[in-house]
Design a protein around this ligand. Structure first.
Ligand code: VG1
Ligand code: CO
Length: 562
């Protein structure tokens, strides 16, 4: 049967501006007539000449409204003369998997249906993100173009009668307006697992979990938080690595993630922390809704800050076959991320980059062959094997290190601090505040950046004294294409190297979320075992006072501390 497409008239919606990582709004917003169609058309139109005849990848984290969105995207791609779609079975693909598939099949990009760590369900959030042909999130230039189109859109193209079954793996051929159109439904897990087996030494990790060379088996607890990683975790840990069924939990993906925030941190993954505390497990991990974030815990819930996690991986790349083969070209972190990786870069004699928050800023550096491993304090860790952060990759990297070094998570960290000193780090999140007072607070902090009388100002709390060395609103010039990103967060740099950063979140779907990042460096061994919250408390208090955050937000305590 020959299908034909139609052009529907529409009107622009306000606020279709992609944030840190795609467009995230309440499901109810996406369900408005034409809302999703408009945004999808803008993504496709922004591809301009590259659209006709191209291949795209489509998949998401399985959250509520995902299937409806996939259906719309398939019908619209057909009408917009896309040649072929690679769609995850039932519309499901983890974010790292989308990135890998885009790269492996050299497609022109992909559309990812996820709001990542935001809650899901009919009363929670949905999201749409566009990834470009390198497999990474679209850079600002592209997202600005999409947003621009969304402000003037008058019509979109759709093939309403196209029926496509995405529940079965295989290829379906259509003819739309006389042109061939192919939908290939791919297994959501296969490609990813094959790739991980190329990057890591699976037999060595299996040996670690089962016990070899006189070493006792390492008991692991992997928590998928009812997100997209469930099937990936089951295949890798149970089938490939031979772990026992009780090593994996919450591996059934749910459209509402069981009603929780699918965000692997100490607050929202409290069940993992609790389960680890009794000491039965030597290693624990959790992932977010779309599988790009990870939290690593050691025996008795010993917490590894993401800033330290990426530094330890960067320091132990000889334990991982991929890096033994490809070498390590450079390292990077996002601006608010703790600086431990900088010290590793200095020792290894490689470049280190400080980019704005969001994985999209790492892509160019990787494409240019200048960046191998990078991370964000927000539980994002990854490498140039793909162009997204990758939760399961991070866990396999850690297990590789434990297998080769014959050590524990805690010992690996202590060893790291012995060599480099410790960057104490914490982040306070004030979620869902009123937007206006938060904007006013940021404006006031911004004005401090141009107030020279602030420099040299002494701030004290108890017996801790700090002196302001510099205040700025972080600006980044991409070393590869020269693109400039302005106003990426207020940095208050102290004379002893301690740092305070204020940012407003770009992933929330309503109101404002303030993030306060605090870091201080200690080289004195006797401090290494101290509790980070205790060490950083004076600087937290100073920052709250300086910004008048409590008065501005009306919040005495943060929603989440990590
Ligand atoms: C947050 C994190 C940022 C991360 C982004 C996407 O952004 O801080 O580091 O890249 O989420 O992560 P923001 O603007 O809310 O601070 V994910 O796993 O939600 O795609
Ligand atoms: Co995510």
């Amino acid at each position: 049967m020959t299908l034909s497409s139609t052009t529907k008239t529409t009107k622009p919606f306000d606020g279709q501006k992609p944030g840190t990582s795609g467009l995230r709004k309440a499901v109810k917003v996406f369900q408005q007539e034409n809302y999703t169609e408009n945004f999808v058309q803008c993504i496709l139109s922004a591809m301009e000449g590259a659209l006709e005849g191209c291949t795209l990848v489509v998949g998401g984290d399985g959250r509520y409204f995902g299937k409806e969105a996939v259906e719309v995207i398939v019908k619209m791609c057909a009408a917009n003369k896309v040649r072929k779609l690679l769609v995850g079975q039932n519309g499901i693909l983890s974010t790292p998997c989308v990135s890998g598939v885009i790269r492996k099949f050299s497609t022109s990009g992909g559309i990812v249906l996820t709001a990542s760590h935001n809650p899901g369900g009919p009363n929670a959030d949905f999201g749409i993100k566009f990834n470009i042909s390198n497999g990474g999130p679209a850079p600002d230039g592209v997202t600005n173009k999409i947003f621009g189109l969304s402000q003037t859109i008058q019509e979109y193209k759709i093939c309403p009668d196209l029926q496509c079954d995405i529940s079965k793996v295989g290829t379906q051929e259509f003819v739309v307006d006389g042109n061939p159109f192919t939908v290939e439904v791919i297994d959501s897990v296969d490609e990813y697992v094959q790739y991980m087996k190329e990057l890591f030494d699976f037999p060595a990790i299996k040996g670690l979990l089962q016990g070899t060379d006189g070493q006792p088996p390492l008991k692991v607890l992997i928590n998928s938080m009812h997100g997209v990683t469930g099937p990936y975790v089951r295949r890798i840990f149970l089938e490939e690595l031979g772990a026992s069924e009780d090593s994996v939990v919450n591996t059934i993906p749910l459209e509402d993630f069981g009603g929780h925030h699918p965000d692997p941190n100490l607050t929202y993954a409290a069940d993992l922390v609790e389960a680890m505390k009794n000491g039965d497990y030597g290693f624990g991990a959790a992932f977010d809704g779309d599988g790009d974030r990870n939290m690593i815990l050691g025996h008795k819930a010993f917490f590894v800050t993401p800033s330290d996690s990426v530094a330890v991986i960067a320091d132990n790349t000889d334990c991982i076959p991929y890096f033994r083969k490809n070498g390590v070209k450079g390292l990077a972190r996002s601006m608010p991320t703790g600086c431990s990786i900088d010290r590793v870069a200095a020792k290894r004699g490689v470049e280190v980059f400080e980019v704005p928050t969001g994985w999209k800023y790492f892509g160019n550096l990787m494409d240019a062959g200048r960046l191998s491993i990078c991370g964000e304090e927000s539980f994002g860790t990854g490498s140039d094997h793909i162009r997204e952060k990758d939760g399961i990759w991070a866990v396999l990297a850690w297990l590789s290190i434990l297998a080769v070094r014959k050590t524990t998570v805690e010992k690996a960290l202590h060893n790291h601090w012995q060599t480099y000193g410790r960057n104490f780090f914490t982040r306070y999140d004030y979620e869902n505040c009123e937007a206006d007072p938060c904007n006013a607070m940021m404006a006031e902090l911004d004005s401090m950046a141009s107030d020279s009388s602030m420099i040299g100002k002494e701030l004290s709390r108890g017996n801790k004294h700090y002196k302001i060395a510099k205040i700025d609103n972080f600006e980044y010039t991409d070393p590869i294409d020269g693109a400039i990103a302005k106003k990426q967060g207020i940095r208050i740099l102290m004379s002893d190297g301690s740092r305070v950063v204020f940012r407003l979140s770009g992933t929330g779907s309503s109101g404002a979320t303030v993030r306060l990042y605090i870091e201080s460096y200690e080289s004195d061994q006797s401090t290494f075992t101290k509790d980070a919250q205790e060490v950083l408390k004076p600087l937290v208090e100073i920052s709250l006072e300086l910004s008048k955050l409590r008065e501005r937000t009306g919040r005495q305590e943060p929603t989440v501390i990590t």
